[in-house]
Write a protein that binds this ligand. Structure first.
Ligand SMILES: Cc1cc2nc3c(=O)[nH]c(=O)nc-3n(C[C@H](O)[C@H](O)[C@H](O)COP(=O)(O)OP(=O)(O)OC[C@H]3O[C@@H](n4cnc5c(N)ncnc54)[C@H](O)[C@@H]3O)c2cc1C
Length: 318
């Protein structure tokens, strides 16, 4: 099937970036179509309380926040399609987007497919995600005041997360597969000189341990496996942070949009413009640095304004 409409804006992804872009382009009467993908609402739908999104002094549940942003966008005419985009053709305008076998065309496309935190991939990790397991210290660190937490990883991400967590936690144990860190020397020094940080070398998390009391889930520890000896040890802790990196969701755009070696889309300075005029990128997919809901929403707003100006003038102001 082909949708013969030449849409003004197609948005791929429905996290804070995509839905904010939808809100702004809808208010600009551009009738945006949002492909929501396999995770409608994006990463915040797998968390519990969000305490750092402005406007919610009491905090807000992640899924509820995303429902509110979607409602706000739809109020102004944004349309959601609950399907994944499987193919794009950005070689000529109108751009082509393929989903569920159907072709859609648009004058501009905003890519906001996010980034996924790399996970350990064990069932107990998924069970306690948001209930003690986290992939974001900036988001969840303050829930662990005076508690013991474990950080998994040995690169810059893990050390950054661990250092940040020492502001709250009484002890931060970094569990690493090897007996030395991959992180830069300066980061390593910072970690080694921090009295709240300790290291568990040559080890990996084999299982996340927790309890469920009256429907209230919480972490009690992790089962560690020493990779040299194979010995399993239960290690008590209140939180587990995954510091093993992120993978931007950009496979679809390989060879089409410029990306850095990890796969993050590259945008022009002070703009959301990619290397193809008319294609814009917003949110975590183009952000190896901040990866926050509010920064994703901010760049979603920027992408919407860039797309609107592109449609009006054929280019964006940069
Ligand atoms: C557990 C957890 C807790 C967090 N807590 C906080 C917090 O408290 N505060 C905070 O500021 N940040 C938090 N974050 C980070 C925050 O969620 C992200 O920074 C933010 O969601 C990024 O928004 P985004 O719109 O760029 O992408 P995402 O939220 O990653 O959304 C990506 C979207 O793209 C869609 N998509 C992907 N591929 C396709 C495709 N091929 N076709 C169609 N759609 C596609 C997905 O379905 C999804 O809708 C948390 C993250 C996690 C994982």
């Amino acid at each position: 099937m082909t949708d013969i409409t030449n849409h003004k804006v197609i948005i791929i992804g429905s996290g804070p970036a995509g839905l904010t872009a939808a809100l702004y382009t809808a208010r600009a009467s551009l009738n945006p179509v949002v492909f929501e993908g396999i995770q409608p609402g994006g990463q915040l739908t797998i968390t519990t309380e969000v305490e750092n999104f402005p406007g919610f002094p009491e905090g807000v549940m992640g899924p509820a926040l995303m429902d509110l942003i979607r409602q706000q966008a739809q109020k102004f005419g944004a349309k959601s399609i609950y399907q994944e985009v499987t193919e794009v053709d950005f070689s000529k305008r109108p751009f082509k987007v393929v989903s569920d076998g159907a072709e859609y065309f648009a004058e501009t496309v905003i890519v906001s497919t996010g980034a996924s935190a790399k996970l350990l991939g064990i069932p107990s990790e998924a069970e306690y995600m948001g209930y003690g397991v986290s992939a974001c210290a900036t988001c969840d660190g303050s829930f662990f005041k005076n508690q013991n937490v474990v950080v998994v990883g040995g690169g810059d991400t893990a050390i950054e997360e661990a250092s940040f967590l020492t502001k709250f936690a009484s002890k931060v144990s970094i569990v690493h597969r090897r007996n030395e860190l991959r992180a830069s020397k300066v980061m390593q020094q910072r970690a080694f000189s921090n009295p709240k940080i300790e290291f568990v070398w040559d080890s990996a998390v084999d299982e996340v341990l927790g309890k469920n009391e009256g429907g209230k889930k919480s972490l009690t520890g992790v089962r560690l496996k020493n990779l040299k000896t194979g010995v399993l040890t239960d290690f008590a802790c209140d939180g587990l942070f995954l510091g093993i990196g992120h993978q931007p969701n950009t496979k679809l755009f390989e060879g089409k949009l410029d990306m850095d070696p990890v796969g993050y889309l590259i945008t022009k300075p002070h703009s959301t413009a990619t290397n193809i005029p008319g294609i814009f990128a917003a949110g975590d997919v183009a952000d190896p640095t901040y990866r926050q809901a509010v920064s994703a929403a901010g760049t979603g707003c920027m992408a919407a304004i860039d797309a609107e100006r592109f449609l009006a003038h054929g280019e964006v102001g940069h």
